[in-house]
Ligand binder design. Structure first.
Ligand code: NAG
Ligand code: NAG
Length: 302
């Protein structure tokens, strides 16, 4: 009797040590997510597993998270493993956005596909509330079998979208040509997963097959290296605070980061030549007159 009691005591002790340890590990690893982000839509569609966050879409709801703070300039990165198998009809987005009708937005949208068909990555920029700058790529790897990093780098000279540190898109500041550039509104960082089967996959022809759900995207490696902006402070004051001056230097203002380096330029050309499947700049049906920014971005019409 006594022996059995102490054995079960030891059992329960080690069980609680084990539980305590795994809770502790869970806390440590999800700390980065908790520090930087919070669910803003359907927190019951989130699960945490060690350093991983899983966010799911089912026939009841999609889900989304947002940063706790707003930022100007710098770099934000997450590692994502996209929905495995049939992801047709779904969109998983990772983006930065400011608020209001004249908002700015930098978007990655991962468009699902039927099993075995490639995911598409759509990027877009909204500047002063106007978007219509879509580009689409297929990727040089299967984004559903492993985690890959997706980043947005932003300074006063350019906005760069990167996949595993390879630039896939650059939007250059062309204020000198009279074009607006997003540099006076603080932005939040967001991700969401939702049903978009009216347009996302093969032009909306393939619908979400709910019997293949729930659709799960997994995240880790949350990283924000940017200038934090108090919500109470006006845009212009934040822009000033987040710009290098005589008494403060920010890494994103380093002259070498005012444009891509030679190696990155080669990478970007390679992506455009081998992986771009749509570019608004060459869509003459949609834009009979080439958008000015495209002319200066060095696009050539075929
Ligand atoms: C899905 O796969 C089809 C067939 O390979 C392809 O044409 C399409 O671009 C892919 N992506 C989307 C989002 O439909
Ligand atoms: C959601 O999908 C499941 C599995 O296909 C199904 O059993 C359930 O009835 C659906 N619920 C709704 C609200 O459509």
């Amino acid at each position: 009797m006594a022996a059995a009691t102490s054995a079960s005591k030891i059992m329960s002790l080690s069980l609680s040590v084990f539980l305590g340890l795994s809770l502790f590990l869970g806390l440590v690893s999800s700390a980065k997510f908790d520090q930087l982000f919070q669910p803003y839509w359907a927190s019951d569609h989130f699960t945490y597993e060690g350093e991983l966050l899983h966010m799911k879409l089912d026939n009841f709801s999609g889900a989304g998270f947002s940063s706790k703070n707003k930022y100007m300039f710098g770099k934000v990165t997450v590692q994502i493993k996209l929905i495995e198998g049939d992801s047709a009809g779904t969109v998983t987005a990772f983006y930065m956005s400011s608020d209001g009708p004249l908002h700015n937005e930098f978007d990655f949208e991962f468009l699902g596909n039927t099993t075995g068909e490639p995911y598409s990555v759509q990027t877009n920029l909204y500047i002063n509330g106007v978007g219509n700058r879509e580009q689409r790529l297929d990727l040089w790897f299967d984004p559903t079998t492993d985690f890959h990093s997706y980043s947005i780098f932003w300074n006063q000279r350019q906005v760069v979208f990167l996949v595993d540190e390879t630039p896939i898109r650059v939007h250059t500041n062309m204020e000198s040509k009279g074009l607006p550039f997003p540099k006076d509104q603080a932005m939040g960082v967001y991700s969401s997963i939702w049903n978009a089967d009216d347009w996302a996959t093969q032009g909306g022809r393939v619908k979400t097959d709910w019997s293949h759900g729930p659709f799960v995207a997994s995240y880790k490696g949350f990283d924000i290296n940017a200038c934090e902006c108090p919500v109470s402070v006006a845009g212009a004051d934040n822009a000033k605070k987040c710009t290098s001056s005589a008494d403060k230097k920010y890494w994103w203002d380093e002259p070498v980061l005012s444009e891509l380096n030679v190696h990155q330029n080669h990478q970007l050309v390679w992506v455009k030549n081998h992986h771009m499947v749509y570019d608004y700049c060459t869509d003459t049906a949609r834009f009979p007159v080439t958008p000015v920014e495209c002319v200066h971005h060095g696009h050539h019409r075929h």
